[in-house]
Design a protein around this ligand. Structure first.
Ligand SMILES: CC(C)(COP(=O)(O)OP(=O)(O)OC[C@H]1O[C@@H](n2cnc3c(N)ncnc32)[C@H](O)[C@@H]1OP(=O)(O)O)[C@@H](O)C(=O)NCCC(=O)NCCS
Ligand SMILES: [Zn+2]
Length: 190
């Protein structure tokens, strides 16, 4: 069971004792034993977090998100409503895969996944990347990349603040992003 610093709605089910202080788990969400959830997260209604899934600090997990074993989400990630992860590339009902047989997915710090995005397992979504609503992510997404569609393809770059980055590497608010350096270093980390 989580400690007292975690808010668990009376109609939520939290079986993990590894949930950070300040995290709120709302009605009909289910966090299984062995799930690792950081501090100050917002786990909204109808979210499912399987044992072995990892969620960082200050993560927003909107309604109906499904997080399975093998999925690792960094800090300050935004998962829009209905975002679905996967952990088996070629599932068959008669083959049960566990542990190392599952295919990992990593979402790095500050990334946003829009509503109903689907993430095919085995990919890394880079820091501060932005996945448009309804996208199907089938490959790695560089840090600060904006991707959309099915399959998701890169359409541009986004700032840490979420605005598009122009050719001068600045967003509308004037923030500057060192895209090349981030792109080259992010995807190779484990
Ligand atoms: C990505 C998003 C922010 C739009 O950004 P934008 O900068 O206004 O996008 P643009 O209108 O400049 O579109 C850029 C291109 O991507 C395409 N595009 C934008 N959003 C798209 C989407 N969700 N799916 C497919 N293509 C999309 C546009 O059609 C456009 O393509 P084109 O250049 O060929 O015309 C928005 O579509 C989105 O998905 N937001 C997330 C909303 C969400 O899920 N919120 C959850 C909290 S409730
Ligand atoms: Zn900005």
């Amino acid at each position: 069971m989580p400690d007292a610093a975690v808010f668990v709605h009376p109609h939520a089910l939290c079986e993990s004792d590894q949930v950070g202080a300040g995290t709120r788990i709302w009605a009909f969400a289910h966090v299984l034993a062995g799930a690792l959830v950081g501090a100050d997260c917002n786990i909204c209604d109808h979210v499912f977090v399987e044992g072995g899934a990892r969620v960082g600090d200050r993560v927003t997990v909107k309604n109906g998100v499904l997080l399975w074993e093998g999925v690792s989400v960094g800090d300050e990630v935004f998962l829009g409503p209905g975002v679905v992860f996967t952990n088996d590339l070629r599932p068959r009902a008669h083959i049960k895969r566990t542990g190392d047989e599952l295919v990992r997915t990593v979402v790095r710090d500050g990334a946003t996944l829009g509503a109903n995005a689907t993430v095919v397992c085995g990919v890394t979504i880079g820091a501060h990347a932005f996945v448009a609503a309804g996208s199907v992510v089938t490959g790695d997404v560089p840090a600060h990349a904006f991707v959309a569609g099915n399959p998701a393809t890169q359409r541009g770059w986004v700032c840490t603040c979420g605005e598009r980055i122009g050719p001068d590497l600045r967003c509308r608010a004037g923030h500057w992003t060192e895209i090349t350096k981030i792109r080259d270093t992010t995807l190779n980390r484990t």
